[in-house]
Design a protein around this ligand. Structure first.
Ligand SMILES: [Zn+2]
Length: 275
């Protein structure tokens, strides 16, 4: 249904063998466990649910995972499932650590580069006596006026971030609006609503029943080609609510080179995140 942020982690597999051990556990409680695997000890919190039919592993950060499991699956089944996926989990830990290090490096400060429509531009930060933050983009850089603050760097960074995010969201609204208009006409589709919003883990999504599409404003950091791909992807879901062959044929019908655009999104996902 969604084109997910490639760096986010979501894993779900049907557990073939379900144990019939009747353990009494209250469903919403999270419990801390650890399991020895070929890749070392993996700590996990476990959430059991009566409605679940499969075990799901979600990597939360560079060292922790959450496991959701059917209420009556045995601990040994859960542990062997984690052992089976240990190499995959370790890989995701490394990715998460890299992501965290990358984000920690980025500062909302003078001369730092940020993306807009796939190109990098620097922030030109000017402390002023004014009380409000002001941001202008002239096609070469963002000119930012920030009040001189006694409270220091961190607060100034937060002010710049807030202003930049506001600017990005505004641009996203305008740019996506125009592109959606173009493609809905081209494809003969009429979504009920197109919403630009903050989405933590995905670039876009589609509510097939309501015929709405949702776009992540962060996409405005990527090239127009890539924005178009996500828009076309979600628009195609208005007709085909899955990732079947028919769906991809439909996407390719509009954007024959969609795979290149998809790949860009995968390769550059890290740069599209703002700390
Ligand atoms: Zn999709």
């Amino acid at each position: 249904m969604t084109s997910r942020v490639p760096t986010t982690i979501f894993y779900q597999t049907i557990l073939e063998k379900m144990s019939l051990g009747f353990q009494r556990t209250s469903p919403p409680q999270e419990k801390s466990h650890s399991v020895k695997t070929a890749q070392g000890v993996i700590e996990f919190c476990l959430v059991r649910s009566i409605r679940r039919r499969s075990i799901e592993i979600r990597v939360l950060d560079h060292q922790s995972i959450r496991v959701r499991a059917p209420r009556f699956s045995s601990e040994s089944d859960i542990e062997s499932f984690i052992r089976e996926k240990a190499a995959w989990i370790q890989r995701k830990f490394v990715e998460a650590a890299r992501r965290q290090a990358h984000l920690a490096k980025r500062k909302y400060a003078h001369d730092q580069d940020f993306l807009f429509l796939g190109a990098k531009y620097p922030l030109n930060v000017n402390p002023t006596q004014r009380r409000r933050v002001q941001i202008d983009f002239d096609g070469r850089q963002w000119k930012i006026h920030v009040p001189i603050l006694e409270s220091g760097e961190h607060q100034q960074e937060q002010l710049i971030r807030a202003q930049l995010v506001k600017w990005y969201r505004q641009q996203a609204g305008e740019i996506f609006g125009g592109r959606v208009f173009h493609y809905t006409r081209l494809m003969g589709l009429k979504p009920q609503k197109v919403v630009v919003k903050t989405q933590k883990r995905i670039w876009g999504s589609c509510d097939y029943r309501k015929q709405n599409i949702y776009l992540n404003w962060l996409l405005v950091l990527s090239p127009l080609d890539v924005i178009d791909y996500v828009i076309v992807h979600e628009l195609c879901h208005l007709e085909v609510p899955n990732h079947s062959k028919r769906f991809w044929r439909k996407v390719a019908g509009v954007l024959p080179d969609y795979q290149i655009r998809q790949q860009w999104l995968k390769n550059n996902a890290l740069d599209l995140l703002l700390p």
